[in-house]
Design a protein around this ligand. Structure first.
Ligand SMILES: Nc1ncnc2c1ncn2[C@@H]1O[C@H](COP(=O)(O)OP(=O)(O)O)[C@@H](O)[C@H]1O
Ligand SMILES: [Mg+2]
Length: 361
């Protein structure tokens, strides 16, 4: 029997919760300001844990630990833990954001084309949205936009008072040059036009509130990257690479370019990492394996995960039904979710460096 005469206090609850640390930010959840709205009524304790991303891999573990440590306090009869998330921003505080409402702008790049950058970007965007984040996807490939096809978008965006309303698909707000150049008409824009297209995508699109805006970059080390870097502060870059030596040389170039432009590289993804035979399930390392992980160690950037070469991923891209939408519970979708969680964690870490919580303890 619990001793009903013992009453628990808020400071006891907070002290118990101080034993729980965020594994990425290496501080306890009370100091980080995650614990909010503590309510105590006799032995009933309720509080909220507000994380820095809904795509938090340790979310359930943290909730269970929090419940257990509070439940163990004398006088506590029940514990109600609500989990919530508020994504941090590139500039530390929302008021300083270059585009009001967009908390983080992330670019996805690679040195060379055909490594699956657009495929990875689209599936990561969908994974982040499925995990509960507000996500936008901007097709930065002005001359060869692939995103409309990959996302299965045939509608055109509405224009209202000279503002463009992005097309919403799979819970993601999408903008692409492909929306404005139907059919096979080649885009004949050059230099300054490219600059203004990117500017318009950033400033004339009604993005609303976004936790993450992912920008699918064209291959190479070119103008779009430069325009973006000069126009808005970026939270960081993701580099996609295949494990082959040639692709890695290009990934290395992409990493160096971002570093030169003072854009933080949040991580590398190895795509087409291995082939898992759908018949015998034997794994084959078609383009060798593990090269991107090695490169990440060499350049001291985080490794975000490996995505296999799989027919379903290719078909998903070609039919406008990405695997993360078509088979959300498949192993492949889980792999993309895992990479999305790793990326979200790196974004949280990067934002935390910009604006660490006031050390109240
Ligand atoms: N992991 C994968 N498994 C199978 N096919 C893939 C994978 N990643 C990409 N692809 C396919 O490879 C081709 C190139 O991918 P894409 O995303 O357009 O590359 P990029 O944007 O780097 O040029 C597409 O046909 C796509 O469906
Ligand atoms: Mg592409």
């Amino acid at each position: 029997m619990e001793d009903q005469s013992v009453t628990v206090t808020e400071s006891q609850v907070l002290n118990a919760l101080r034993t729980i640390k965020d594994p990425d930010l290496h501080r306890d959840i009370v100091t980080l300001g995650f614990v909010q709205d503590v309510k105590i009524c006799a032995g009933q304790v309720a509080f909220k844990i507000v994380l820095t991303t809904p795509a938090c891999p340790v979310r359930d573990k943290m909730r269970d630990e929090a419940r257990n440590v509070v439940q163990a306090l004398p006088g506590v009869t029940s514990v109600d833990v609500q989990m919530d998330a508020k994504v941090g921003t590139t500039m530390g505080i929302p008021e300083k954001l270059a585009i009001p409402g967009i908390r983080n702008i992330l670019v996805v790049g690679s040195g060379k084309g055909g490594v699956g950058k657009s495929t990875v970007t689209a599936n990561l965007a969908i994974s982040l949205a499925r995990l509960g984040a507000k996500v936008g996807l901007m097709d930065g490939d002005i001359y060869g936009p692939n995103i409309p096809l990959m996302m299965g978008i045939t509608e055109q965006p509405m224009i209202h008072h000279e503002r463009v309303l992005p097309v919403v698909k799979h819970d993601i707000k999408v903008i692409s040059m492909g929306f404005f150049n139907r059919g096979d008409t080649p885009v004949i824009w050059r230099g300054p036009m490219l600059h203004s297209a990117i500017q318009q995508f950033l400033k004339q699109v009604e993005w609303g509130e976004l936790d993450y805006l992912l920008v699918d970059l064209p291959p190479g080390t070119g103008d779009v990257q430069l325009t973006l870097v000069q126009s808005v502060p970026l939270t960081g870059a993701v580099v996609v690479s295949t494990p082959q030596d040639v692709a890695l040389q290009d990934a290395r170039k992409a990493i160096m370019m971002f570093k030169q432009m003072k854009v933080e590289v949040l991580g590398i993804v190895e795509n087409m990492s291995y082939f898992s035979c759908p018949h015998c399930h034997q794994r084959t390392d078609i383009f060798s394996h593990g090269g991107a992980r090695k490169a990440s160690e060499k350049f001291s950037v985080p490794f975000l995960g490996e995505i296999p070469l799989d027919l379903a991923i290719r078909e998903g891209g070609d039919t406008g039904q990405p695997i993360t939408v078509l088979q959300p519970d498949s192993d492949l979708a889980k792999i993309f979710s895992g990479v999305a969680e790793q990326l979200a964690a790196q974004i949280s870490i990067s934002n935390f460096k910009q604006a660490p919580v006031p050390m109240t303890v």
